[in-house]
Every structure is written in C-alpha cells, then in structure tokens.
Write a protein that binds this ligand. Structure first.
Ligand SMILES: Nc1nc2c(c(=O)[nH]1)N[C@H]1C(S)=C(S)[C@@H](COP(=O)(O)OP(=O)(O)OC[C@H]3O[C@@H](n4cnc5c(N)ncnc54)[C@H](O)[C@@H]3O)O[C@H]1N2
Ligand code: MOO
Length: 396
C-alpha cells in the first residue's frame, strides 16, 4: 500500500509525452501546441480604420471646425484606393484600409456634413488616432504562440486570423476501457434481483470526453480469468492507455491484477492509503499505461479525477496537471476514523465548501451534485466548522 503522494509521484515518473500530430486548427481546441507557431503575416496586414468616419491628414486640423472635401470612400474589403491629399477627407468604415497619406480617422459622431464637405469638430487630432497600424497585434515572423500553449477558442480565432490552418499538437491517448462484472446489466435491460445497471463506462467516457478524448474502445469481460486476460491483451494492442473497472479487489472473482501480470504488465503500485479507491492499481507495459479502477462507482470516479486525469494531462503536454486546488473553510464539522486519507464529494459555495451527505463508495448521489472534492489527509481526521481544507475543483 502506498500513500496518495507516493502514488501520484510514481504515476508521473512513469508517464511521458504522447506522440505529436498535425491537426486542423479549427479542430485543435483543447490540445497543446507541440511546436511554436510563427506568424506567417502581420496582423493587421494593412493600416486599418477602427471607426466609421473620415480618414484625414491630422496636420490639416489646425483648429476646431475645419472643412474638408470628401474625395472618395474606403469600405471594408476594398483593395484599390486613391491616396489622400491635404485638404481632402475620405469617407471610411470600420475595418477598411486607411488610404496612403491619411494619418488619422475621425469618428463620424465628431463631424457634420454641409454641401458635400465634412466639418471636423475635433481639435487637436493626434497622428495615428483610430488607425490600427500594420503589425500592431503581431508582426510577420514573430512567435505568435509558444510550444506548450493550451489551445482555447481564443487561440483558434487568433491562429485562423493569420491563416494558420494546421498546428502541431500532442495527440490524445487512444484509450481502452474494460468493464468487468457478471452482475452488470446493460442500460434498458429488465432489472433482475442481484444485478446492477452498468454505469461506470458511461461515467468514465463522459469524464474522458471532457479532456477531449473521444477515441475510446470498450470491452466487457465476465468475472473469469481468461476472458479478462483476452480483453486486456486486445485493448493493450491498440491503445496507449487502458482503464479497467471492477474486479481489482481481493475476492475470488477479482481477476484484474492477475490478468495484468499474465499479459506482462509491470505493477507499479497496488492499493493506495485512501478512501474511497483503496484497491487502485497502476501498471505499465512498455509505454502503455494501465489504471485498474475499483468497481464501486464513487471510488472509480475519484481515482479517475485524482490519478488518471493528471496522467492524461501529462501525456498531452499540459502543465496544469491536477484539478485546481484551493484552501477553503469548511461549512460544518467533519471527522473520520481509520488510517486512510479521505476524498469527500463536496460543493463549493461562494466562500466555503460543504461536505455532502452520502460519502460511501457505492453512492453517486452526492457525486451527481458535487462540484469539488475535499482532500483530508489522515493527519486532519477531525475538522471543525470554519477550518481550512484542501479543495480540488471538478472540471466543468
Ligand atoms: N476483503 C476485502 N474486501 C474488499 C476490500 C478489501 O480491502 N478487502 N476492499 C473494498 C474496497 S475499498 C473496494 S473499493 C472494493 C473494490 O472492489 P472491486 O474493484 O473488485 O469491484 P467489484 O467488486 O467488481 O465491484 C464493487 C461494486 O461496484 C459495482 N460495480 C462494479 N462495476 C460496475 C459498473 N461498471 N457499473 C456500476 N457498478 C459497478 C459492483 O456491482 C459492486 O457493487 O472492494 C471492497 N472489498
Ligand atoms: O476504497 Mo473503497 O473505494 O472504500 O470502497
């Protein structure tokens, strides 16, 4: 049995970056850049008006209410433009190219019109006013985003604004999921005494999808050694990461540990001093990682968030590996016996955290409404109202 911290350290020292792949930028949100992106063009690539109004020469505006002749128009998207000469103004719109010779744009609200002329009510006008200069945002050849950047919707918009159509990113692990248990019913099957509906696979898939993993291969094994071995071997052939649920405890029909040994996976640790999730097993065969999650649904999900998710994040190039950590006062007293650290399903309110009712490892009712996990090390087994506790925010 290892401690929570030892388990995390062992996982990280055995987990490496995944391979990289080229991806269309439009489908790269949630991935991490595996190489710098250099700006192929300047942004903006031409002098651009930031207002609807009049392009002028700022030095023409020597006092309030100067009259200028409206010589032409510049609309967004216009590529042919005559230059501006002193004494003239060019009607211009937001995003349109500023003509050569113009040094400022006056908002139309600060002007009025009289017999084909525009009167500029603003004075003085600094050069560059309402003009976005070439490269103001980024210059051609500069590093636009560095390797290691987590791509957000904002990043996608920024990159496609420079016509960067593909990016090099760390691939998400191909993930296999083995569901074990003779007692499991498929959704929709009639309820039979002694059986339970299989829900861990959909729960884990939903959690994996939040990390952008959609390439998931599922297999089901009966509680027998050979079918567990065969399913594990098959999944490990085609996947980088294999998760199993159930069958990892010490009962006569728990075969996952032995089956992992049989296929030649090396156990890195088995059993963690924690509640729930004690029987968690982590194993490795070459670069492939195996997490055997306990069958109890709440144990399975806690182990996913605390161990599997950080490993996935490390494989995919992220640097923020763990659930976001906070220290918060607890709303009411809580205590526990025993010698295991505890992870409690919890709900973060504005300025405190509430441990929810129903902390047993079979019970998901609390998890169903939780937005956080409280981590209580065994040294903190009595918590009074208002004491600070470590909170791990669930990803939403
Ligand atoms: N003698 C001991 N017994 C147990 C120990 C121990 O140390 N000594 N540890 C307990 C702990 S802690 C846990 S956690 C469980 C883990 O057991 P398994 O991983 O072998 O899980 P199963 O026995 O297969 O299932 C447990 C429970 O969860 C239900 N289950 C399983 N799979 C699913 C699924 N896909 N969807 C929904 N529910 C599922 C299953 O029906 C059981 O009720 O072991 C304790 N025992
Ligand atoms: O550790 Mo188990 O997950 O308590 O029920």
């Amino acid at each position: 049995m290892v401690t929570v911290n030892e388990a995390k350290q062992r996982i990280f020292s055995e987990t490496f970056l995944n391979s990289t792949a080229t991806r269309p930028t439009s489908e790269a949100a949630g991935f991490v850049l595996a190489a710098d992106v250099v700006a192929p063009l300047s942004m903006p690539s031409f002098r651009q008006s930031s207002m609807d109004g009049y392009a002028i020469l700022h030095s023409d505006i020597v006092q309030k209410d100067v009259f200028l002749k409206i010589a032409a128009e510049s609309r967004a998207g216009q590529s042919e433009l005559q230059p501006l000469i002193s004494g003239n103004a060019i009607r211009i719109f937001t995003g349109a190219p500023v003509p050569d010779g113009a040094t400022a744009v006056i908002m139309q609200e600060h002007t009025s019109l009289l017999s084909g002329q525009v009167i500029i009510h603003e004075f003085p006008v600094p050069p560059g006013k309402n003009v976005r200069e070439i490269g103001k945002q980024i210059s051609q050849g500069a590093v636009a985003l560095t390797k290691g950047t987590y791509l957000t919707p904002g990043s996608i918009g920024f990159l496609l604004g420079m016509n960067v159509q593909v990016v090099e990113v760390y691939s998400k692990p191909k993930t296999g999921l083995l569901v074990t248990g003779d007692e499991l019913l498929k959704p929709g099957e009639p309820l039979v005494h002694g059986k339970v509906y299989e829900s861990n696979s959909a729960m884990l898939i939903a959690a994996l999808q939040q990390e952008g993993i959609s390439d998931i291969e599922i297999k089901y094994a009966k509680d027998d050694f050979q079918s567990t071995v065969d399913a594990l071997e098959a999944l490990s052939q085609t996947n980088d990461l294999v998760l199993t649920t159930g069958g990892v405890s010490v009962g006569d029909y728990d075969f996952v540990e032995k089956a992992l040994q049989e296929i030649g996976a090396e156990t890195i640790f088995y059993k963690v001093r924690q509640k729930p999730g004690k029987p968690l097993l982590f194993a490795k065969r070459q670069e492939k990682l195996f997490f055997a999650l306990p069958g109890n649904p709440a144990s399975s999900l806690v182990c996913y968030y605390e161990y599997v998710l950080p490993a996935i994040r490390k494989m995919t190039g992220r640097t923020d590996l763990f659930l976001r950590k906070l220290k918060m006062p607890v709303k009411h007293a809580y205590s526990f016996d025993g010698e295991r650290d505890e992870f409690l399903k919890a709900f973060v309110e504005e300025d405190h955290v509430v441990p929810l009712d129903g902390q047993e490892s079979f019970a998901l009712r609390s998890f169903a409404i939780a937005n956080a996990i409280i981590y209580l090390p065994v040294t903190q087994h009595v918590v009074a109202e208002g004491d600070l506790v470590e909170v791990h925010l669930l990803p939403f």
